[in-house]
Design a protein around this ligand. Structure first.
Ligand SMILES: Cc1cc2nc3c(=O)[nH]c(=O)nc-3n(C[C@H](O)[C@H](O)[C@H](O)COP(=O)(O)OP(=O)(O)OC[C@H]3O[C@@H](n4cnc5c(N)ncnc54)[C@H](O)[C@@H]3O)c2cc1C
Length: 459
């Protein structure tokens, strides 16, 4: 093989992470080739609520214009629902006019791709990457087959793998295994009247959480969680479950549109994954986006994490002075992996911790009642959810405060015996939910010791 790489950077996958990464490096002068298996607009149920922290990252990369002309809807906060009660919390961004946005994922990705394709030093090839080219333990590029069925090799100084949740390259480049944590069934509700317009709605009633948020001026996305590692089976039984069990907890104003959508039967189902970021450092290649790291989509943090990583990796690579020096590129990748946790730990921990909370009735009630107190008890957790803050310690503090608040509520309640046992069990559940999540995100020595003690006391 010719030893002179044709490109500075080869990117596999032009989804949320890959298209943003290509655009950021391309507009900063790098010669980039992108290989994407289909450039057609995708119709998916994922990646449709971008938190304000993600909008900030797009701005930093000069890509916020990609939110324009797609009928994107501003999202200014969250409505929380539990057992017939509800309240609303605003994002309270310090930056004037900063909101989140709801949109159709396919439309947004097409905007990112169109911008990427308008940059002269970016080449885009529509094909499926099949394998990495490796020589002497160093990745030199990608093999793919073109439209005439001829095998082609693309070579670059660094290959960035962004082939998404179902990545075929992750196996060689990651030490952690993805775990299915459940499924989201998605519906689009037409002309739905949301109780809190321009808000994300988290319905905590029932056995599994439900999300509602606007994605166009007439469309609202509904995502309904199904626990376990088996996808819900399509058919009459599922339809009845959606109409009766789930329908019973949908807010009244949204019900007519919800029932119409269920009767129309246009459901889509996608698995939710958890994948802690444990990359294997290999020369010439780096993982990015869902191929590197996934968390539960309950908090809508995936795209913000992907953009934060794209910005961080982009800056590490743009600091490289000599692109002929493979060692310098390797150090840039190492720096990205080493610093990643400062940007994405709070997003990852919150998503899976909150999903864990949803599985316990006592913790759910504690969480609802804690946030409802308002003040810093609402605004700080929401600043983590919106990714306007990435303060992991603050998140830990509020998480444990929720459990102790709930225990206090139980002890003060008029209900009969077993209060101590219930409170103890709730704190134990909280520790068991958050411990593995914190341990995956480079905890301090003190945090490790506290978790050890906590687990011993609350066995
Ligand atoms: C049900 C669900 C709902 C979600 N909702 C939200 C939300 O509201 N907000 C949020 O921020 N996040 C959400 N997420 C997470 C978010 O969608 C992802 O984190 C984000 O899309 C990751 O971007 P990515 O670029 O890594 O992957 P993708 O956006 O999936 O892009 C991968 C790209 O790689 C291409 N590709 C794959 N294999 C190859 C190959 N071999 N060769 C060439 N190209 C290839 C694909 O065609 C695709 O274009 C949700 C996730 C799920 C599962």
């Amino acid at each position: 093989m010719n030893s002179t790489p044709s490109y500075d950077v080869c990117i596999i996958g032009a989804g949320v992470a890959g298209a943003a990464m290509a655009a950021y490096l391309g507009k900063n002068g790098k010669k980039v080739v992108v290989i994407e298996k289909s450039l057609a607009e995708m119709d998916r149920i994922l990646g449709e609520l971008l938190q304000p922290g993600g909008v900030q990252m797009l701005k930093k990369m000069g890509l916020e214009h990609c939110l324009e002309n797609i009928d994107a809807q501003p999202v200014v906060g969250y409505g929380m629902f539990l057992d017939g009660k509800s309240f609303q919390i605003g994002y309270q961004a310090k930056e004037k006019g900063l909101t989140g946005f709801g949109f159709r994922n396919g439309k947004f990705v097409q905007n990112l791709r169109a911008y990427m394709q308008s940059i002269p030093n970016i080449t885009v090839i529509e094909a499926t990457a099949q394998s990495l080219i490796e020589e002497g333990g160093i990745v030199k590029g990608v093999n793919y087959t073109n439209h005439e069925d001829i095998p082609v090799q693309l070579t670059a100084r660094i290959t960035i793998v962004c082939d998404g949740a179902l990545s075929i390259f992750r196996q060689q480049l990651s030490a952690s295994e993805k775990k299915i944590t459940g499924y989201f069934l998605g519906l689009v509700l037409e002309n739905c009247i949301l109780p809190y317009p321009n808000h994300g709605h988290v319905i905590m009633s029932g056995t599994s959480p439900i999300l509602l948020y606007p994605i166009t001026s007439t469309g609202t996305r509904a995502l309904i969680d199904f626990q376990g590692d088996q996808a819900p089976r399509m058919g009459e039984e599922l339809k009845q479950h959606l109409l009766n069990k789930i329908g019973a907890v949908i807010p009244e104003s949204a019900k007519p549109s919800y029932i119409n959508a269920v009767n129309a039967g246009k459901y889509k189902v996608f698995p939710n994954h958890r994948l802690p970021a444990h990359p294997v450092l290999k020369k010439g290649v780096v993982l990015l986006g869902d191929s590197l790291n996934m968390r539960h989509p309950l908090t809508g943090g995936g795209m913000t994490a992907a953009f934060s990583d794209s910005y961080n990796l982009g800056n590490c690579l743009l600091e490289v002075k000599d692109w002929w020096n493979a060692k310098e590129i390797e150090l840039a990748v190492k720096k990205f992996y080493d610093t990643k946790t400062t940007q994405t730990a709070s997003i990852n921990i919150l998503a899976d911790a909150l999903y864990g909370v949803m599985t316990s009735q006592d913790l759910k009630e504690a969480c609802y009642s804690y946030l409802m107190q308002g003040g810093l008890k609402a605004s700080e957790p929401v600043s983590i959810l919106s990714v306007l803050s990435r303060d992991k310690e603050m998140l830990q503090r509020h998480f444990f405060a929720v459990a102790f608040h709930g225990a206090g509520n139980i002890m003060r309640s008029k209900s009969g015996g077993g209060k101590i046992k219930r409170s103890y069990r709730m704190i134990k559940d909280a520790i068991h939910i958050i411990s593995p999540l914190l341990l995956h995100e480079r905890p301090t020595w003190l945090m490790k010791s506290l978790l050890k003690v906590g687990k011993k006391v609350f066995r």
